[in-house]
Ligand binder design. Sequence first.
Ligand code: CLF
Ligand code: SF4
Length: 296
Amino acid sequence: SNFCPGSIPAHILEQTRKHPCYSVEVHHQFARMHLPVAPGCNIQCNYCNRKFDCVNESRPGVTSEVLTPALAFEKFRWVKEKIGELTVVGIAGPGDALADWQYTRQTIERIKAVDDSIVFCLSTNGLLLPEYAQEIVDVGIHHVTVTMNALDPEIGAQIYKFVSYQGKRYQGVAAAELLCRNQLAGIQYLTERNVLVKVNIVMVKGINDRHIPDVVKKVKALGVFITNIMPLIPAPGSAFEHFAQTSMKEINEMRNLCELDIQQMRHCKQCRADAVGLLNEDRSSEFRMCNNPDNQ
Ligand code: CLF
Ligand code: SF4
């Protein structure tokens, strides 16, 4: 069933209107912060070099300080005091937000206990959604991003080097099949429970580019809110290191095509896992915990 705003409770749509990634018209008005509490990852994307932040929600070449939930809570209080227009707290790595779910959950619970106006958001590769989607709903997260690059396992096999799941390592077509199955089941579970799901797609020329419209149609049918087609920015040291960066011309042509099916995000900044501020003014360097006056 396609996304239908009429079926979403008013208090959730109220949150969406304050979310700078989901509501383009407020992205100069409201700020988000990412708390980098999730260092681990359970898959290996060929475009990722683990030394950097998760490429699914960020550009390569930058590394964020990893925080414990306790330090992340202190950072939230510091930033909230300085940036009044902060509305959204997101967990976007630097690995996968669900691979370290206990850290992600503890961070959100601590903040929620002191501030009930914050909108929580997370970004994941989706592998562990079947395990944690209900907890995501229970904890009160209504905005989730899943990066999904392929439905066809032959194409997925060219994007993912391996998938580690329930103590077993999968490769090739088996890895891509498993990841895709969990992503689709997880997305459907969330949309059926009024979570607004955004699907990020990394466009890799010659690999998944011509397959993207199929991915978009499929996730639209699962009730996804918006898709965000992003350029591949080849990470140094990754398997795709020598691939060409997808041009914005190519990205925009693909977005124009896919917009016939579902609304497209066009203002993504491919943020760092510790991004702070308005989408177009990253203040992460100002808000390193090592600069926190309370920490000196
Ligand atoms: Fe962060 Fe992502 Fe939530 Fe936004 S970012 S977890 S949905 S609060 Fe936004 Fe940044 Fe693009 Fe992500 S501009 S990389 S889409
Ligand atoms: Fe890297 Fe993110 Fe892929 Fe994990 S999900 S391998 S951190 S890009």
